[in-house]
Write a protein that binds this ligand. Sequence first.
Ligand SMILES: *[C@@H]1O[C@H](CO)[C@@H](O)[C@H](O)[C@H]1NC(C)=O
Ligand SMILES: *[C@@H]1O[C@H](CO)[C@@H](O)[C@H](O)[C@H]1NC(C)=O
Ligand SMILES: *[C@@H]1O[C@H](CO)[C@@H](O)[C@H](O)[C@H]1NC(C)=O
Ligand SMILES: *[C@@H]1O[C@H](CO)[C@@H](O)[C@H](O)[C@H]1NC(C)=O
Ligand SMILES: *[C@@H]1O[C@H](CO)[C@@H](O)[C@H](O)[C@H]1NC(C)=O
Ligand SMILES: *[C@@H]1O[C@H](CO)[C@@H](O)[C@H](O)[C@H]1NC(C)=O
Ligand SMILES: *[C@@H]1O[C@H](CO)[C@@H](O)[C@H](O)[C@H]1NC(C)=O
Length: 578
Amino acid sequence: MKLFTETCTLWLSCILLLSGMNISAFSYDYSSTTKCLVEPQRAQYGGGMIVNPEFNHSLEGWTVFGQGEIEERISKAGNSFIVVHSRTHPLDSLSQKVLLEKGKLYSFSAWIQISEGRETVSVLFKTTDELVRGGKVIAEHGCWSLLKGGIIANFSTHVEILFESKDTKVDIWVDNVSLQPFTKEQWKSHQDISISKVRKSKVRFKVTHANKTAIQGAIVSIKQLKSNFPFGCGMNYHILESTDYQNWFASRFKFTTFTNEMKWYSTEKIQGQENYTVPDAMVKFSKQNGISIRGHNILWDNPNHQPNWVKSLSSDDLWKAVEKRINSVVSRYRGQLIAWDVVNENLHFRFFEDKLGENASAVFYSKAYQLDPNTNMFMNEYGTMNGGDEKASPANYKKKLKEILQYPGNEKILLAIGLQGNFGSGQPNLAYMRSSLDILGATGLPIWLTEVSVGVAKDTDQAQHLEDILREGYSHPAVKGIVMFAGPIAANFKEMPLADINFNNTPAGDVVDKLLHEWKHSQALEFTADDKGFVDVLLFHGDYNVTVQHTEANSSTTLGFRVTKDTPQATINVRICT
Ligand SMILES: *[C@@H]1O[C@H](CO)[C@@H](O)[C@H](O)[C@H]1NC(C)=O
Ligand SMILES: *[C@@H]1O[C@H](CO)[C@@H](O)[C@H](O)[C@H]1NC(C)=O
Ligand SMILES: *[C@@H]1O[C@H](CO)[C@@H](O)[C@H](O)[C@H]1NC(C)=O
Ligand SMILES: *[C@@H]1O[C@H](CO)[C@@H](O)[C@H](O)[C@H]1NC(C)=O
Ligand SMILES: *[C@@H]1O[C@H](CO)[C@@H](O)[C@H](O)[C@H]1NC(C)=O
Ligand SMILES: *[C@@H]1O[C@H](CO)[C@@H](O)[C@H](O)[C@H]1NC(C)=O
Ligand SMILES: *[C@@H]1O[C@H](CO)[C@@H](O)[C@H](O)[C@H]1NC(C)=O
């Protein structure tokens, strides 16, 4: 809680006393996703629907899939677990068949170890005609790692749970497996509980006379002026031409990313001829409207999205060109942006690594940091929250973050995690999404969903899927901001238009407006102080005015205050001098 204005009149003096107190932490359990443990922990949710989840009853409930052999082993501490050995195929595994019910979400976890070295182990769910990837972990020998993930059932079906490791020489050890089903309603209520805990704080108002005796019956009216959760939207150059687009945008959003206009291929189409006319004008528009900007992007690791002239440069000339690019764009907007996507998509692509060496990304983060040390430096990837994407899995993402941070001089970088969040048209796998956020949240680095969009296809409900994804992001404690890549059709946002050609909402636009409304106190809240002069209220983080009216004193005063997550419980003392 931070006081940002204080008003005093002849009649009223307002004194703010702040007292912080911790409320109990929410039960998102990140701790176990970072550590590799000597003894694993209990199966989550008591194993959920898994039969014999902790292998207390030997192999009961488990069978072999493929060619391998499974056997029970017992640790020095007396804990029994299962080993799959003599594998010849990546999918040779232990297996258990479970029945998934249509519409339910399933959270999966298991403790994994391997017989030697370090190796990725995945969980797969096999239906009669499909293999659905449900999560993975980089396991190592000598300690247990937690594999987290999940699946959502589009229809009722039997699935076999399988474990995969590409290297068939290693034995896979498994313990304490869990598959916990949730109905959509349970999932939503879990989100709502989390939203109350991570996006709101308890505030107590205490209204007293100057001599500190309580005033009963004072009317306390609370009005939210601003939400401080960044929920923004991409923006493109059409904003410079269309006042309708300007009004549409500025009346909704305080955070943005320019879709293409800051990219290298836009600002230096011809080598040596830089042109920042368009992004400069967009920065100006944003500033005039109090809109914060994520800088997107300094470099893009995809070979297909370089300025044409870059592709043929020798490695010496490429180093020079890249240094010039970083200097140019970062110096130009230094201190004016809230984030930089430094090397876009460096898990899927390696244009610069191939041409300049393995440390290319780490060097670029270092250079950007030296030029603009107080701005968050993001990685920015697609696919991390979708089960099927191998390259940008949470495990690989963490590995790359570590590489960047370990490069000499990079320890202090304000590194951050950008997850684009472009989902296909199908049912989003929220269980997998949550496990990805848990795994990356365990790093302690801020996570933003940076380019949220949802595909569209026949018979799919794009607006509902968008709502599900936005709620999952907003309710997760590690997520510090959300930006969608969408907009009005008039600005050519065809994939997920939020407004039609007349700037009327599409169904997806309705979802966005509903959530903008829901994630703050849109109406003033009014309370009457009790006999101790107290009003207790749970408030969204943000900026407020409170007005206290006291009929005896025949006057009122207004006071501004800010609620943040840093003071989960605070008391505001309002003293009225009569
Ligand atoms: C397995 O055995 C341990 C130790 O006896 C016990 O604490 C645990 O509850 C058992 N697990 C299950 C799922 O029965
Ligand atoms: C405190 O001040 C109020 C208003 O001036 C008065 O009514 C009340 O009796 C005072 N209480 C004490 C304990 O002095
Ligand atoms: C820079 O870009 C703007 C906008 O596209 C264009 O109008 C202008 O002519 C360009 N300037 C130069 C020097 O090419
Ligand atoms: C990359 O940087 C690390 C230091 O973090 C260094 O040990 C390594 O030799 C570098 N590799 C290359 C290929 O330059
Ligand atoms: C559910 O649908 C999604 C998206 O269409 C798909 O990726 C996933 O494999 C499906 N799940 C099952 C269990 O079929
Ligand atoms: C209360 O305040 C208003 C406006 O300041 C004034 O017009 C009115 O006469 C006051 N009433 C009493 C009872 O003092
Ligand atoms: C908030 O209160 C201040 C006085 O403290 C006032 O100037 C401002 O207009 C109020 N804002 C709104 C939106 O009520």
